[in-house]
Design a protein. Structure first.
Length: 250
């Protein structure tokens, strides 16, 4: 991979054995015609995820990179590990369970990015057009999204959706902290970039079980939201007039 691709597809995996080959093969099929790479981060999985990622790397040596954490660090850390290796101008975040549809990436790439994305556009955040969750989880998500949107004013209605297409330079502006992946639109907006939300497909996970329980998500979410509210109130970034930065015209 000598020349930088246009797009980096970044996929964190934790105990997703059985999902690796279908997800990676589907990305290759859906994004045919787009210059892309796939960066996979194995967050210290305890199942056959590592072996399956090695097979995928051997099957697609020109497009697939695999990074392996030596200790379990969580999804946000996995995203930042992958970001360090991302060479594309845009980074597509997909979950490793197959619920996100890479066909949405191809569609929105052709509609928004290929013709020339607005210079200040920092993120296209997916909004699920249907939810393959129980009624209780759907209600829980609606309440959480409503509270978060009211507090942070982040211009996004469904930050729980893993599908996010982010300008790489905007992503690299962001501070790292655990669970920051839950607040990407708010962080992007704080950094002076614009947030756009688009409807995307939501599908049942291919194999395995969800890693998030209700009580754990609720407890962490409350403290994280308090921290984010504090961070947002501390103000945004300085932009120098001499920089060739689209945010200077905002």
């Amino acid at each position: 991979m000598s020349t930088a691709p246009q797009l980096t597809v970044l996929i964190p995996f934790f105990n997703e054995a059985g999902n690796i080959h279908p997800v990676i093969d589907e990305v290759h099929s859906a994004l045919a015609g787009i210059d892309f790479e796939i960066v996979c981060v194995n967050d210290c999985s305890a199942d056959a995820t590592g072996a399956e990622l090695a097979e995928a790397r051997a099957r697609h040596p020109e497009t697939v990179t695999v990074l392996t954490h030596v200790q379990r660090r969580g999804k946000s850390a996995a995203l930042f590990t992958g970001l360090k290796s991302a060479r594309g101008q845009w980074v597509q975040l997909l979950d490793g369970d197959g619920q996100n549809d890479p066909a949405d990436t191809a569609r929105l790439w052709q509609e928004i990015i290929a013709p020339g994305a607005p210079p200040r556009l920092g993120i296209i955040a997916g909004k699920r057009n249907s939810r393959n969750d129980s009624g209780f989880k759907w209600v829980q998500s609606r309440i959480a999204n409503g509270v978060r949107r009211f507090v942070l004013q982040d211009d996004a209605k469904d930050t729980g959706c893993g599908w996010k297409l982010i300008r790489t330079s905007a992503f690299r502006d962001l501070p790292f902290f655990a669970s920051m992946h839950r607040f990407l639109p708010a962080l992007i907006k704080r950094a002076g970039w614009e947030v756009r939300e688009e409807l995307v497909n939501d599908r049942p996970r291919l194999a395995g079980q969800s890693k998030y329980g209700f009580l754990g998500r609720l407890g962490a979410g409350i403290f994280d939201l308090i921290g984010m509210f504090w961070l947002i109130r501390r103000g945004g970034y300085g932009i120098a007039a001499e920089w060739n930065d689209p945010r200077a015209n905002g």
